[in-house]
Design a protein around this ligand. Structure first.
Ligand SMILES: *[C@@H]1O[C@H](CO)[C@@H](O)[C@H](O)[C@H]1NC(C)=O
Length: 358
């Protein structure tokens, strides 16, 4: 017994001695470098990496788009969607999301003004599925007729859909709420590089720009977006047309602030149950005008970045290369179908069609 142990020990000594000194020095230096590296990166919370782990189960999400939800929407379990620790603090966080953690959400029942366009829901969903597959984003449709939102106008039901999207996709970091009357015109468009990544937000948001309230000329609010902002604080990305913010194309980031904002927007006594012409759009506008804290967390991009309209001048109307086109207000002149088909035929085009001003 003892002989074999000492034999093993001798053997080990021989192995160690047979190592050239250089390799031992090299090994020690490598270990030192790693120790130093990890000391410096120790500030990044473990959750940051954990959330990026490749082992996340990818199970098909169960959505029931056919039957109505039982009971009032605010009492549904999805309003209790969760937020990881690093996103629940006051100071926020900034990072590039993984593509699959971007949910492209179509919140619609195919009705309303859009039903003037034949098969509009099937067509845009199919198109968005292709866009998502190309980039690895997550495509999601939620039937908004299922939510019991009381007597509030139907367009409020986009907000419960955002909540449900975060709930159904627990790793979703950004939910892109996209109206049905929108066509993605540039399928190559990279959302992270152009819109969602910290660099994109830093260079792209409009600073010190007036928050419009639909009557700016007669009654200026003198309320502007921050002159300077922290990328870590930006939880909502939205655009304004000539009148006000427009929720047709809006990004929401999973964070405690976003959850609170969605809850405040759907406050039945103060906002949702009241007569608001612009419904959920008026709610976010109101909260921005009223609260600096909300302004600090809502980033406004130039309109054409992700909400170009079918018609309009250089700031508003679709131009070649824009990500998408939105047929907002097309029903006013009964032009929905005509405009939709015209743009649908030009999806992904590379020719000169609606050039920018030189
Ligand atoms: C949406 O939900 C409503 C209510 O549950 C249902 O009647 C309708 O058929 C659904 N729409 C679609 C397109 O599945």
């Amino acid at each position: 017994m003892s002989r074999s142990v000492s034999f093993l020990a001798n053997n080990k000594m021989q192995v160690l001695q047979s190592f050239p000194r250089k390799s031992i020095l090299l090994a020690i230096s490598l270990i030192t470098i790693f120790v130093v590296l990890f000391r410096f990166y120790g500030d990044v919370p473990v959750d940051y990496y954990r959330n990026y782990a490749p082992g996340d189960a990818i199970l098909p999400v169960k959505t029931n788009n056919e039957t109505p939800q039982p009971g009032y929407f605010k009492a549904q379990p999805e309003w209790n969607w969760d937020v990881p620790d690093y996103a629940s603090g006051w100071k926020g966080y900034a990072r590039k999301p993984r593509n699959r953690d971007i949910v492209v959400l179509t919140a619609s029942d195919g009705g309303g003004h859009n039903s003037a366009i034949p098969n509009v829901l099937e067509r845009v969903l199919d198109d968005r599925e292709k866009y998502c597959r190309k980039h690895g984003y997550t495509n999601l449709w939620l039937n908004t007729s299922r939510y019991d939102i009381g007597d509030a106008h139907r367009t409020w039901s986009k907000i419960p859909a955002v909540s449900e999207a975060f709930y159904l996709h627990p790793t979703a970091e950004w939910v892109w709420l996209l109206d049905t009357d929108i066509i993605i015109m540039t399928p190559e468009y990279d959302l992270v590089g152009e819109i969602l990544g910290p660099d994109a937000i830093q260079r792209g948001l409009m600073r010190d720009t007036p928050i419009l309230d639909g009557q700016l000329k007669n009654n200026p609010t003198h309320i502007n977006t921050p002159k300077d902002f922290r990328v870590e604080d930006i939880d909502i990305l939205i655009t304004q047309d000539h009148q006000s913010v427009n929720t047709g194309s809006t990004f929401f980031r999973r964070s405690a602030f976003t959850r609170l904002l969605l809850e405040m927007m759907t406050d039945y006594t103060m906002l949702m149950g009241k007569e608001h012409v612009g419904a959920e759009q008026d709610a976010i506008k109101h909260l921005m005008l009223e609260h600096r804290l909300v302004r600090n967390h809502v980033g406004i991009y130039p309109q054409r970045k992700f909400n170009a309209y079918a018609q309009g001048g250089e700031n508003m109307g679709y131009r070649d290369g824009d990500l998408l086109v939105h047929f907002a207000g097309c029903w006013v002149g009964g032009k929905c179908q005509e405009w939709f088909e015209e743009f649908w035929g030009k999806k992904g085009h590379t020719d000169v069609w609606k050039p920018k001003e030189q």
